[in-house]
Design a protein around this ligand. Structure first.
Ligand SMILES: Cc1cc2nc3c(=O)[nH]c(=O)nc-3n(C[C@H](O)[C@H](O)[C@H](O)COP(=O)(O)O)c2cc1C
Length: 634
């Protein structure tokens, strides 16, 4: 039986199971009793979120644990001068309001109130990230070293929130600071100590790299190392930084600096990706890692086995990565039994093995659903086919909680219609996006919905677009460039027929008026990689986004073809994107469709499951390694 027919036949008719919706609003109301304005609530949440040690960003409120310090800066004036500080700010920092007003908050990075520069222990990557967030008018959250007026070091867990006027202009930025004691050795300087003035003028000139032009030194090279690194190099791409090193010895030295390289990678790839890659850099360093991820010189396949087992056996489950853990939920057991169990494979362990997560209660069993990771340790399940038919419910679990518990998220009054074989992805670590799939009546869908799990009362909203790609199931959604989604393949409705698709579409969810558009992707001709071929149409394939924004496609159900281990690569952000085939040495997974994949640690694409036509493969794992082997490989 054709796979696509199977999809439809496997769908059960019947009512949606009764959802056990727990109203979090009542809980929230009682906890927040006594807090009479939105600020208190905001602060509570922020405090809770950041005192939980698990980066929990979601909307469960907790009682106030400590007063937080607040500053408000004027975003319409140059350099964000402070226009308000609260009493907690004065108490925690030792600076009186009249000593802070009118200044930029960066003075908190100076150990001495009269110092002219930030202390070398203040993480320049974090400072650069703050600057980027302010420039792009997006929220910032991070931790950095600050100093009290008397020089005492403080850890500042800081959130910067831009405030919009009715016309959308950013008028103010609010900073919420949670200060705590910093246990740092101020004599141990781990970040580069940049020199105040340029004293390298004569170092710059050598036979190969003369810097004199008609007798004058190049103006840029008279800038201090700090200005060069923070204001110039940090705005370039990793590739540009690699090539600008040939200008002269001094620039070369700066580009070799690991923190400069990290800053550059972070600016382009985002903090989440950088956090994931951090482990890798212990072995490789940012210079090498950035090169390997750009050139793909180290990419290879590897097969490995792990301990434990996902039992009872199943197919049509969904898996995703949460940090260095692989998580699997649900699936279709024997006799089409919808499964409701959760398994974790910790790849950081010396001998990784599948373990069933012990939870008090589970979402209703299902298959053909999606499982996505939010913010490191949170997982979210959406839809699928349950015992009594298709589902449109949402459940989240925090794997790092002492007692991980699945909680249903109500989702508001306009949820997507129940569906299975849809596709989903997460944006900004907090927004779940769902598209397409197959509805109760066997109809293919073309809609796209978004659920922001960071709001107080998460509510689904359909993304209104004047045009949408044809309805489909079994397609993939991949995120690149923070808010862009790349849709590829699937089983598509075309008139009376259902055909495999090889088309690609993109949408920028961060845009005020997001629009789907079809990508005209040619086949790359020439270069180091093999050109001239576009990926054959397919469904149930693997699509993963690499840290540098390129997307890899392989596997899936392809009409009459059995060579799906070919890997296709595309950079959708290019002006004229084109497909390339990359030849990867090593042992690829067997030809199959319905593989489940996830990217672990930023550089390891893990492939599990898959159907060969005869059997379901479950306990065989393959890894597409994007960077050189590292210590935690097993
Ligand atoms: C509202 C607001 C609050 C801020 N609070 C802090 C803070 O508490 N500590 C800190 O080190 N920087 C803080 N900053 C960031 C600095 O003012 C500055 O933007 C950052 O150091 C990056 O810019 P620079 O590289 O020009 O210094 C805050 C910025 C704004 C707009």
């Amino acid at each position: 039986m054709a796979k696509e027919e199977e999809f439809i036949n496997n769908r059960r008719a019947g009512k949606r199971p009764k959802l056990t919706q727990k109203t979090k609003d009542q809980e929230r109301e009682s906890i927040c009793n006594g807090h009479n304005n939105q600020w208190d609530l905001e602060e509570n949440q922020y405090l809770h979120n950041n005192n939980n040690n698990n980066n929990n960003k979601f909307y469960y409120p907790q009682p106030v644990l400590a007063p937080s310090s607040i500053v408000v800066c004027d975003a319409l004036e140059a350099d964000y001068p402070i226009i308000y500080v609260n009493t907690s700010f004065e108490i925690f920092t030792g600076y009186r309001a009249n000593e802070a007003l009118g200044r930029n908050c960066r003075f908190l990075q100076y150990m001495d109130p009269h110092a002219q520069r930030r202390h070398p222990l203040v993480d320049p990557v974090m400072v650069s990230e703050m600057r980027r967030c302010l420039e792009e008018a997006v929220q910032f959250e991070g931790e950095l070293l600050n100093f009290k007026k008397d020089g005492t070091p403080l850890v500042n867990r800081l959130r910067l929130q831009p405030i919009h006027a009715d016309d959308g202009t950013i008028t103010h930025v609010i900073g919420i600071q949670i200060f705590s004691e910093a246990k740092v050795n101020l004599n141990h300087v781990s970040y580069p100590v940049y020199k105040e003035k340029c004293d390298h003028q004569f170092d710059c000139a050598d036979d190969d790299h003369p810097t004199k032009d008609g007798g004058d030194f190049c103006g840029i090279l008279q800038l201090s190392d700090e200005v060069l690194a923070h204001n110039i190099l940090s705005r370039l791409t990793p590739r540009d930084v690699a090539s600008i090193g040939s200008v002269c010895r001094r620039i070369y030295q700066l580009t070799k600096n690991e923190l400069v390289r990290k800053m550059v990678c972070q600016n382009l790839w985002g903090r989440e990706v950088i956090g994931n890659l951090e482990l890798m850099t212990k072995k490789l360093g940012w210079v090498r890692l950035a090169r390997e991820l750009t050139t793909l010189e180290a990419v290879r396949w590897r097969k490995f086995t792990v301990g434990g087992a996902v039992e009872p056996s199943r197919c049509n489950f969904s898996a995703c990565a949460a940090g260095n853990r692989l998580v699997l939920f649900g699936g279709e057991g024997v006799d089409m039994q919808p499964m409701d169990d959760t398994f974790v494979l910790n790849l950081d362990a010396e001998h990784p093995e599948w373990r069933r997560v012990s939870v008090k209660s589970s979402p209703p069993g299902r298959w053909g659903h999606t499982l996505s990771c939010l913010n490191g340790s949170w997982l979210v399940v959406f839809g699928g086919c349950g015992k009594q038919g298709l589902l449109n419910d949402v459940f989240v679990i925090d794997l790092d909680a002492k007692q991980p518990t699945w909680t249903e998220i109500p989702g508001g009054s306009t949820p997507p219609v129940p569906r299975s074989w849809h596709s989903s992805c997460t944006i900004d670590g907090s927004k779940l996006v769902v598209s397409g799939g197959c509805s109760d009546s066997g109809v293919l869908l073309s809609d796209t919905h978004l659920l922001d799990l960071m709001t107080n009362t998460p509510a689904w909203r359909e993304i209104p677009t004047s045009w949408a790609p044809p309805s489909r199931l079994g397609h993939s959604l991949t995120v690149y460039g923070k808010t862009n989604i790349f849709m590829f393949g699937g089983l598509v409705k075309s008139g009376q027929l259902r055909l495999r698709s090889g088309e690609a579409y993109t949408i920028d969810i961060g845009n005020d008026n997001p629009r789907w558009r079809q990508l005209e992707c040619g086949a790359h001709a020439g270069g180091g990689t093999q050109g001239g071929v576009v990926p054959p149409p397919r469904l149930d394939h693997v699509a993963v986004s690499m840290p540098c924004g390129r997307i890899i496609i392989f596997g899936g159900s392809i009409a009459g073809l059995h060579s799906s281990s070919q890997i296709f690569l595309i950079d959708p952000s290019e002006e004229k994107p084109s497909w390339r085939i990359i030849n990867v040495p090593g042992q690829p997974p067997k030809f199959a469709w319905g593989h489940s994949t996830c990217v672990v640690g930023g550089t390891r694409v893990l492939v599990l499951g898959g159907h060969t036509g005869e059997e379901w493969i479950l306990n065989e794992l393959h890894e597409l390694c994007l960077a050189s082997k590292h210590d935690s490989d097993f």
